[in-house]
Design a protein around this ligand. Structure first.
Ligand SMILES: NC(=O)c1ccc[n+]([C@@H]2O[C@H](COP(=O)([O-])OP(=O)(O)OC[C@H]3O[C@@H](n4cnc5c(N)ncnc54)[C@H](O)[C@@H]3O)[C@@H](O)[C@H]2O)c1
Length: 295
């Protein structure tokens, strides 16, 4: 057996919104490998995530159970972070005045790093599992400029913004550091339901990851993307008929079934591990092979 040992590595995980998020499953797998977890969640999701971590309801307890069978998901810190904003200078007055945001103090990327840095001293793993489009149900041709730019800002530029903000904590780590982002085949090909700027955001995310891999490689930081098959998370359920997308992909994939979030989590842990030490700038499809099909 070749073990994956991430003992003591610090993993900053964005995109945990509930216990169905890909980031939740990725976190569990990282913890099993030994990583220490920090969640940077959207300000509106911080309480929900906190409740899911503390709840005694049997379903919530079961959702926290680690895949190893021993122990449960336990991040050391849950911090608010709205990845739309690099610092408080970027925040509009409406958001500044909104209690759901301002009760967290500085809820920007800078504010989050200012809390994480002093406590952990370094970051070995950064998971980017964030996406949003307010017009996801709009066809590309009907997408507004505002909606398009917001989708790109939150779903793509945030990878660059987070990588830059984390750089002082991630550069020249003893075993190198790893960034993994989540994409979808809608960034490569036309998926009719994937509008509102989201397909553009995924295409941007993928080339940005390659640019960042080139920029940050000399500092010992690898940057990779997992392009996951469709899965019925909260975000995906906003797309439209996610069940139909899952069953369509399952019927046409070389492995004729849907993916599981555990499979995405395992591939992420692999990319963060020394087993992937020469892999950077790569888009790894975790989609039961759907991406190779022509029809
Ligand atoms: N579910 C799928 O079918 C699928 C397939 C391929 C890729 N993905 C990608 O996986 C990633 C995670 O999505 P998921 O399916 O787990 O859904 P999810 O809804 O659980 O996760 C999306 C997360 O993005 C967060 N978010 C949105 N706007 C934000 C902001 N401004 N600041 C901070 N956080 C913000 C949400 O709070 C949520 O936690 C996304 O990048 C998504 O595009 C999903």
């Amino acid at each position: 057996m070749i073990p994956i040992d991430l003992a003591g590595k610090v993993a900053l995980v964005t995109g945990v919104g509930d216990n169905q998020s890909f980031a939740w499953f990725i976190s569990k797998a990282l913890q099993v490998a030994g990583a220490r977890l920090v969640f940077a969640s959207h300000p509106r999701m911080v309480n929900i995530v906190g409740n899911l971590l503390d709840s005694n309801k049997p379903d919530d307890v079961a959702a926290r159970k680690l895949p190893s069978g021993n122990g449960e998901l336990k991040p050391e810190m849950v911090v608010a972070c709205d990845v739309s904003f690099d610092s408080m200078d970027d925040v509009d007055e409406k958001t500044k005045g909104d209690r759901r945001w301002n009760k967290h103090g500085d809820f920007t990327i800078k504010g989050m790093i200012d809390q994480v840095g002093p406590k952990f001293g370094g970051i070995d793993i950064l998971i980017h599992s964030v996406a949003f489009s307010m017009e996801i149900k709009n066809k590309a041709v009907d997408t507004s400029r505002k909606g398009y730019l917001q989708a790109l800002s939150i779903s793509a530029y945030s990878l660059t913004a987070l990588a830059r903000a984390c750089l002082p904590l991630m550069e020249n780590r003893p075993d190198g550091a790893s960034v993994v982002g989540l994409s979808y085949i809608g960034g490569d090909r036309v998926v009719p339901h994937y509008g509102g700027g989201m397909s553009t955001a995924k295409a941007a995310l993928q080339i940005d990851a390659k640019q960042l891999a080139s920029n940050l490689g000399p500092k010992g930081i690898r940057v990779n993307i997992i392009s996951a098959g469709p899965y019925a998370s909260r975000a995906a359920s906003a797309i439209g008929d996610i069940d139909q997308m899952i069953s369509y992909a399952a019927q046409r994939s070389p492995l004729p079934r849907g993916i599981t979030p555990e499979e995405v989590a395992n591939a992420t842990v692999f990319l963060c591990s020394p087993l992937a030490s020469a892999i950077t700038g790569h888009v790894l499809y975790v989609d039961c092979g759907y991406n190779v099909m022509g029809v």
